[in-house]
Design a protein around this ligand. Sequence first.
Ligand code: FE2
Length: 280
Amino acid sequence: MGHTYVSHPVDDKGYVQWTSTEDETWRTLVTRQRKIVEGVACDEFLEGLDYLAFDEAIPQLPELNAKLEACNGWGVEPVPAIIQPKEFFTLLSRKRFPAATFIRLPEHMDYLQEPDIFHELYGHTPLLTNKPYCDFMQKFGELALKAEPKDRRRLFRLFWFTIEFGLIKTDKGLKAYGGGILSSPGETEYCLTDKSEKTSFDALTALRTPYRIDIMQPMYFVLDSFDDLFEILNQDVFALVEKAKELGDFEPKFPPKDVKKSDQAGSGDDESEEEGAMRC
Ligand SMILES: [Fe+2]
């Protein structure tokens, strides 16, 4: 990509000076994505999107937070482009959702591996209006802080296959709720087609399933309901992690990649604490 993204400074009132080009990028992305998520996103996501009423300009966090806090007490915390896992999990445990204050360049409009403010706000905040989603986030942060650092990457698969790339059964059929899907035009259009496998969510299976961050997902896990989302963490997750380690990973359903190991976020046995690759 050849460009290093850096977060904008935030003033003492929590405001960012976005440029007109950056606001235009936001406007383009929001306008385009609103049409694409219709029919793919679950109702809870679409209702959250309507409630937040994203418009012309990148939302200023104090204003967005007033709306979010009124729902479930959550808020978005501005952070640098890369933060350490411990900080990420600490924020979640305190009902603060981290968002880096940068947005993609126009030439990266369709795809950016780094999670920018469009991904974070558009992909995740609509469901911060949903209690089980919020409760999952908070509990996940607490559990990850208690986990051995070497187990965090494996544990993170529970987050990846739900919060980022989850599908859910609804009375209108299969829908998406994952923010990695719903902030990506390509993946939104792809996720419900028969080009990918779908399987009922099972925590042990998810903990044994490697993933790649840089391709369309070959497989999605499907929840029966949002109540089941929180229930995932209402079991002995650490015992499941141990069991997953004992049983080992499933064969990847994606081709091997040819880039450096530190990019392999799905490599659950990688003990590295250098987890910039734990992108979310
Ligand atoms: Fe994310």
